[in-house]
Each structure stands twice: as C-alpha cells, then as structure tokens.
Design a protein around this ligand. Structure first.
Ligand code: MRU
Length: 356
C-alpha cells in the first residue's frame, strides 16, 4: 500500500541487509531502519519497530538469514531460533515461520544455507501478500452484502492495527476494506485508539488516510454506544493466534468489542491467514499472554508544539499499572473467520472444512 503516494512493503531484503519501516516513529516520522544482525531483528520485534503477527513472523524469518550471514555455526543458529521465537510470546506466526525456516534448512550444505534462507524468507513474505489479498477478496463479499442491503456508507469498526503495516501488504482486517474502497463501495472505519500503544490511532488511521479511506478514531470504550446507536454495520479485527476450536487471541480489548457486538446483533468477524492458526494448543487458557512494560501505560508520546516527539508521564507517580497486551475472544462470539481460503465458522468444523 502507499505512504505519501509511494508504494511500500513493510519489510524487504537488499544488499545483505533487512529494511523495515520503523513503526515506533509513525505517524509523526516516516523512517526506514536497517537490520544487520539477528540481534537487530530480535530487538525490532521486542521494541515493536515491527509488529503485527504476520510481520513479526516475516522478520523472524529474515532474522535467521541475518544469523547465517553473521555466523553459520550450528549453535549460533540454534540460539537464533530460540531467541526469535521468544522475542514476543503471543503471536504464533513467530514459531510458525522459525520452524518453517528450520525445516527448510535441515540438511542443506553450508555453502547454500544463505541463498536458500533468503529464498525461503522471501517466499514467506510473498505468500503472506497472497494470503492477505485473498482474505480481502473473501471479506469483500461480506461488505458488498451489507452495502447491497443498506445502499449507504458501510461502517466497519476495527481494533488495533491489523492493517498492511501488521503484515507485508494489504493487512488482514483492512484488506476487505481496501478491496471494497477500490470497488467504489462507500466505506467508513471506526478506529479504536487501542491504548496503551495506540496502534489504532497511530497506524490504522494513518494507513487508511494514506489510501483516502474515511475513518474516525474513537476512544476504546466508545464502540459500545456506537453499536447501540446503529452506527456500526460490522466489526472486523485481526488475531495473533487462533486455536483450532475457533477461539481468537488478539489485542486486549477485542473481547469487550465482541461482547458488545453480540448484545447488539452486529456481525463480528476475525480476519487471519492460516499461518496464525495454532493447530496444537487446545485450551485458550494456555495461550501465553504478553505482559508488557507498565511504562507503556503510564507514559504517552506525541508531538510537542515545536514538532519534536516527546514522551510524558500521565499517571500518579506512585500508582501501579498492569499492561496485558492480549485477550481471548471465545468462538461463540465470533460470526466468522475470514481466511485466504474462504469464510468459515469459528469452530473446529469450520477450520477443518477449509484447511484439512
Ligand atoms: O501488539 P501488536 O501491535 O503486535 O498487536 C497486533 C494485533 O493485535 C493485530 O490485531 C494482530 O497482530 C493481527 S495482525 C494482521
């Protein structure tokens, strides 16, 4: 998608260096950062210079490329695998992509390791673009149906950033929105601010603006009253891990939106590529929920009057805060899963009908 009218992907490999859009600087500064070592890749994931489940998976794949360029001895590589998987605990895409790279590199002789790893990491990125494009085409039908009944602007509510910045291109939750916009369907997006890191305000609104899609940022607790007023036609969110029973783990606050949607008979969809399905874990209580630094809650960053990015404290000095980054929405609150293979119910049968 575009920034300042120029097409970008979120990650690419050039002259033995991985390049990323540094998302901690958006929306106020657009900057491209170079990752030169596996440590750089791990830090970029931990510090959320790259974030969003598919993008951190892709960054981990390129992290392995960087590890091989640095030092292709077995123990260095094994450490790289473990450290990349552990960089953030909740998104399953990290484990998925590292295991895929590990499997691909098994038995490859050392002269070919770097070349093969680059090909595989690029392949992971290209596949993700294809997955997200198809998610868009499958989700487009849902938006078209709403528009055909309503004959007026379709209002979608989304949480956090499951946009192209969270993937390589197109996004998951935003891909149906981009496709609908390109088809000329009038669309407007309610963007949950998504405290504490404000990925909705800083990233989703930013990327929708760049594509000229109407959107309004709302405080995280506003979705409920908008639903009661009939101002939301559907919710579409992303996910960091979806279990085979259809339970969805996503940015904290997703669950509350799903409850409000259920109470107001508003369809609640989750968009995901198959790389986000955890086929192994059976119980959502076992999903590791990332607990981030409470400082992300007690401080806030923005532009001062001189145009400098500043961070200020907003909480009482002695107050404690808790920063859980994800929650789980039980499948019973989910109308459907929008995947690259089609839309299915949030259930074992639904997922099996598309993927097994
Ligand atoms: O903590 P973040 O910014 O990585 O969280 C991102 C989300 O919660 C997204 O909804 C999710 O990763 C889906 S990405 C297409």
């Amino acid at each position: 998608m575009k920034i300042n009218g120029k097409k970008y992907k979120t990650i690419w490999f050039e002259n033995n260096v991985v390049k990323i859009i540094n998302q901690t600087k958006l929306p106020h500064r657009f900057s491209i950062k170079e990752l030169k070592t596996v440590k750089d890749a791990i830090n970029a994931i931990k510090e959320m210079e790259v974030r969003g489940a598919p993008l951190i998976g892709a960054t981990a794949a390129y992290g392995i490329v960087l590890a091989l360029i640095e030092n292709n001895c077995k123990s260095f590589l094994n450490n790289a695998y473990d450290n990349l998987i552990n960089a953030r605990p909740t998104a399953i895409n990290l484990k998925w992509s590292v295991n895929r790279m590990r499997k691909r590199l098994e038995g490859v002789n050392s002269d070919d390791l770097i070349n093969i790893s680059v090909i595989e990491a690029k392949q992971i990125c290209e596949e993700d673009i294809g997955f997200c494009k198809n998610i868009g085409l499958n989700g487009l039908k849902i938006i078209e149906d709403i528009y055909n009944k309503k004959k007026d602007t379709v209002n979608i509510l989304t949480h956090c950033n499951a946009g192209w910045l969270a993937t390589i291109d197109w996004g998951t939750a935003t891909s149906p929105i981009y496709h609908a916009h390109q088809k000329g369907i009038p669309i407007h997006v309610w963007v949950d601010e998504t405290r504490p890191r404000n990925q909705g305000a800083n990233l989703t609104s930013f990327e929708l603006n760049e594509e000229n899609i109407k959107n309004t940022i709302i405080a995280d607790n506003t979705g409920g009253i908008l639903m009661q007023r009939g101002e939301v036609d559907a919710c579409i969110v992303g996910t960091d891990r979806t279990l085979s029973n259809g339970d969805v783990c996503n940015k904290v606050g997703t669950y509350l939106k799903a409850l409000a949607a259920k109470d107001n008979n508003i369809p609640f969809y989750v968009a995901l590529p198959s790389s986000t399905i955890d086929w192994e874990l059976k119980n959502s209580n076992d999903i590791p929920i990332e607990e981030r630094n409470p400082d992300e809650l007690s401080s806030i960053e923005g532009l001062d009057n001189d145009g400098n990015i500043r961070k200020i404290k907003v909480y009482p000095k002695n107050s404690r805060s808790l920063n859980l980054a994800f929650d789980v929405t039980p499948s019973k609150f989910i109308t459907g899963l929008i995947t690259e293979k089609g839309v299915c119910s949030a259930s074992e049968e639904g997922l099996n009908s598309l993927f097994k």
